[in-house]
Ligand binder design. Structure first.
Ligand SMILES: *Cc1c(COP(=O)(O)O)cnc(C)c1O
Length: 467
């Protein structure tokens, strides 16, 4: 194509105003239309100059403008279908909230509330009062405090109790949990001085004892949430550590990581240490996440001795880590469900997904497969497969939860699982799947029944070209 032809095509490209008049999408803000039209015209100009005359056609420019409008109108944070089988998937938003929690959040979000107002006294109240009672009731702690997340809980605890002084931690517990949270780094930021003891695989009580000096502020235990040391290992129990601490007038703080209020070993899963056990073992203070295995909103929960929790409450940092009212109402409603543990396991989605038996998942996978076979082209093979689901969220790293899913594969020459996986990330809603041996694998354990129809439609769209 010579320059003259190019210039001719360019001169016929629509003007922004003219193109805008052709875009008839109700509720589309003016500014979005302008942006989309400008970008569509610019794109057409570039492509024509690159030697693609058809990119300058009115239809092509208009099509692009419409696609851009749609893209710009789409919110950035939006729901996806998690078909990965990773239950507390940090990248996909960790825990799903139970219905009663969402209802309570809606009510508080739409109107005023007694967030910091004591209705009985008709005077200012404390926002923390709404969850402190139930946390103490459930865990047996004297006192409780909640902040934005467990990372904040660890930071404020160390800053309050150990700034400028030493904190003794086993070398086997210097965890990195991802997202740049490392115990040694957080310790440094808090102003506390890390005093490592023991070896990666073995730490003994005598190691802690030898490290204690006049500058020791705290003994700390960190749950090895996302890894496991096996073989020739030894760790000191909370019981032993708290006895040692008491001998020296020190406190023990445990960062439980995920933390849970239910004993998973009762449901045929591995044991994950519970908050109650840590406190019963003698921990003076325990911190854990609200949105890992607890199954609630993002929060950092601190429970323990009143005198210590009070000091943390008074720390000015607490104001900077203050939990908002929506999280607070969600957390209270969630905790109320734990009063009846058997019901909690059925109503809290994270617990339900963790504890649901394999047989049930297999039945669900069969239903999803039947749905899927009706939706996709006949050339694709849809099968029920056995899968391994995971707790995720840095909890129970070795636990393999027997689960079921559906695999989709196609005629070898025309099906690429990698490219279907990519397409599925832009369907509405996106479906996040695993790829294994050039098949798409969808684990139903992390999918809701109500998502089966939608997911089938998305798979059909993503594989539409394959016959
Ligand atoms: C996950 C985790 C944290 C951080 O908790 P967030 O709620 O994600 O901030 C801290 N410590 C341990 C051991 C963890 O597993």
């Amino acid at each position: 194509m010579d320059n003259k032809t190019k210039q001719q095509i360019l001169s016929k490209l629509p003007k922004v105003d003219a193109l805008m008049a052709e875009i008839d999408i109700p509720d589309c803000p003016h500014s979005v239309k302008v942006q989309a039209c400008r970008q569509a015209i610019d794109k057409a100009r570039r492509r024509v100059l690159d030697g693609e005359p058809e990119a300058g056609s009115p239809q092509s420019v208009q099509r692009n403008a419409l696609a851009l409008v749609e893209e710009l109108m789409q919110p950035s944070l939006r729901p996806v279908i998690n078909a990965t089988g990773v239950i507390v998937h940090t990248n996909l938003g960790r825990s799903l909230l139970p219905e009663s929690v969402i209802d309570a959040m809606t009510a508080v979000a739409c109107g005023y509330s007694n967030l910091e107002y004591n209705l009985e006294a008709g005077a200012r109240g404390s926002r923390y009062s709404h969850v402190e009672g139930i946390l103490c009731e459930l865990t047996g702690a004297e006192s409780a405090l909640v902040v934005n997340n467990n990372a904040a809980a660890v930071l404020i605890t160390l800053e309050t109790l150990a700034k400028g002084r030493e904190v003794v931690v086993s070398r086997g517990e210097l965890v990195e949990i991802g997202g740049s949270f490392r115990i040694p780094d957080v310790m440094a930021r808090s102003g506390a001085v890390l005093r490592e003891v023991g070896a990666t695989n073995r730490t003994h009580l005598r190691d802690y004892r030898a490290a204690i000096n006049e500058n020791t502020a705290l003994l700390m235990k960190v749950h090895q949430s996302n890894f496991s040391v096996v073989g020739f290992t030894s760790a000191v129990s909370m019981q032993e550590l708290s006895e040692l601490a008491a001998e020296h007038g020190l406190n023990v703080f445990e960062d439980l990581g995920s933390g849970t209020l239910v004993d998973f070993s009762r449901y045929g899963l591995q044991h994950e240490p519970t908050v109650q056990e840590s406190l019963a073992g003698g921990a003076d203070l325990v911190s854990f996440s609200g949105d890992k295995l607890l199954g609630g909103p993002q929060a950092g929960i601190i429970v323990g001795k009143r005198e210590i929790v009070d000091r943390i409450k008074m720390n000015p940092m607490n104001r900077a880590m203050r939990i908002d009212k929506l999280t607070l109402v969600a957390l209270e409603q969630l905790l109320l469900l734990y009063r009846d543990p058997a019901a909690a396991v059925k109503k809290i989605p994270t617990l339900k997904m963790m504890c649901s038996p394999y047989e049930e998942q297999k039945r669900r996978a069969r239903r999803f497969a039947a749905r899927l076979r009706k939706a996709v082209s006949e050339g694709l093979t849809v099968e029920v497969v056995k899968t391994v689901a995971r707790a995720g969220g840095g909890a129970l790293p070795l636990l393999e939860i027997p689960s079921a899913g559906v695999s989709v594969k196609g005629p070898d020459d025309r099906f690429s699982a990698a490219s279907v996986e990519r397409s599925l990330r832009s369907t509405k809603p996106p479906v996040i799947v695993r790829v294994e041996d050039d098949s798409i694998i969808m684990d139903v354990r992390t999918m809701a029944d109500s998502e089966f129809v939608t997911a089938a439609r998305c798979i059909a769209a993503a594989t539409g070209e394959i016959k």
